[in-house]
Design a protein around this ligand. Structure first.
Ligand code: A3P
Length: 302
C-alpha cells in the first residue's frame, strides 16, 4: 500500500513499516551489503527521539582519550554530530549504484539508523556488535516530528495540518512507523538479549545524564575509571553534549548535513513535555490510549 507522507513523498508499507521510497531502497541496499563487525556499535532511534544527542554522547565517550582537551579542540565543537556518526540509510546506502567500502573506518565503527529491527541486516543480529536504542515519549516525538517536518518541507509556506498529521501518526503512518511497533521490537530484544541491546529513554536521560552516560559506557565496554570520574570527564562530556552547548555552537547554527537539512533544525527546544504546547486534550487522550494498549501491557510506560 501507498500513503502520502508528511514531507510529500510516497510511503510504502513494507513488512509492517511505513517507509518512503528513498529510504526503502536504502534499507534494502543496507540489508544486502552491510557486514557487521563484532566491535561495531549501532545507535537506533525513531526520527526525533534524540538521535543527535545520542550520537554526540557516544562519539564523545568512545573518543575521550583521543581528545582529552574537551573544551578546546574537540570535533563536536566544530562538526555536527550527524557528520561524525553516519546514518546507514541516509549517508552510507542511499545510492543504489554505489556501495562504499567501510573496511577502512577506524574501530570501533559507530553508525546510526532508524531501520526497524526486523529489517536490520542479518550480520547485525548474528554478530556480537552492540545496539543502543533510544526511545522518547511518543507525544514529544510526534510534536518534534511535526515541527521538524514543517521546517524541512521544500517550498511549503503553509504548516502541515496538525489534525491530519496526528491522525496519520496514530494510524502508524510516519517515517519508519508505526512508532510503537518500532519501539516494541527493540524493547523485546533488550529484554531477551540485554548484553546486545541497551534500551534508553530520553526522559530518564534528561533527569540523570551522568548516570546514563556511565551505564552506556559500561554497556559498550568502555567504562569510566574512578580517576576519570574524579577528574570530571563524565561531567565534561555531559556538558559538551547538552542541548544548550551544542545548539549554541556556530557549526550547529549554520551549515547543512545530508539531504539539505540545516544543522539548526536538529535543535529546537530539547525539553520533556513540550507536547503540552501543541496537542489538544482529546489528542493527548487518544495517543495515551494507543500507547497504553500497544506498549503499556509490555511494561513500557512514559
Ligand atoms: P524537540 O523538537 O522536542 O526540541 P533527533 O535528534 O532524533 O532528530 O531529535 C531531535 C529532538 O532532539 C529535538 O527535540 C531536539 O531539540 C532534541 N535534541 C537535539 N539535541 C539535543 C541534546 N543535545 N540534548 C537533548 N535534546 C536534544
Amino acid at each position: 500500500p501507498l500513503e502520502k507522507g508528511w514531507i510529500s513523498t510516497n510511503f510504502h508499507q513494507y513488512q509492517g513499516f511505513w517507509i518512503s521510497t528513498m529510504f526503502l531502497q536504502a534499507t534494502l541496499s543496507c540489508q544486502k551489503h552491510f557486514q557487521a563487525l563484532d566491535t561495531d556499535i549501532l545507535l537506533v532511534t525513531t526520527p526525533k527521539s534524540g538521535t543527535t544527542w545520542l550520537k554526540a554522547l557516544t562519539f564523545a565517550l568512545l573518543n575521550r582519550n583521543k581528545y582529552p582537551n574537551i573544551h578546546n579542540n574537540h570535533p563536536l565543537l566544530t562538526t555536527n554530530p550527524h557528520v561524525l556518526v553516519p546514518f546507514l540509510e541516509v549517508d552510507i546506502y542511499y545510492d543504489k549504484d554505489f556501495v562504499p567500502d567501510l573496511k577502512t573506518l577506524s574501530l570501533p565503527r559507530l553508525f546510526s539508523t532508524h531501520i526497524p529491527y526486523v529489517l536490520l541486516p542479518n550480520s547485525i543480529k548474528e554478530s556480537s556488535c552492540k545496539v543502543v536504542y533510544l526511545c522518547r515519549d511518543p507525544k514529544d516525538t510526534f510534536a518534534s516530528l511535526w515541527h521538524f517536518s514543517n521546517k524541512v518541507r521544500p517550498q511549503c509556506s503553509e504548516p502541515l495540518p496538525l489534525e491530519e498529521s496526528f491522525e496519520k501518526f496514530c494510524r502508524g503512518v510516519c517515517l519508519f512507523g508505526p512508532f510503537w511497533e518500532h519501539v516494541l521490537e527493540y524493547w523485546k530484544e533488550s529484554l531477551e538479549k540485554p548484553e546486545k541491546v541497551m534500551f534508553l529513554k530520553y526522559e530518564e536521560m534528561k533527569v540523570k545524564p551522568n548516570f546514563y552516560l556511565k551505564k552506556l559506557a559500561e554497556f559498550l565496554g568502555y567504562p569510566f575509571s574512578k580517576e576519570e570520574e574524579s577528574e570530571g570527564v563524565v561531567d565534561a562530556i555531559v556538558n559538551l553534549c547538552s542541548f544548550e552547548k551544542l545548539s549554541n555552537l556556530e557549526v550547529n547554527k549554520t551549515g547543512k548535513v545530508g539531504f539539505g537539512v540545516e544543522n539548526k533544525d536538529y535543535f529546537r527546544r530539547g525539553q520533556v513535555g513540550d507536547w503540552k504546547n501543541l496537542l489538544t486534550v482529546e489528542m493527548v487522550e487518544q495517543l495515551n490510549t494507543i500507547v497504553e494498549e500497544k506498549l503499556g501491557k509490555h511494561g513500557l510506560n512514559f
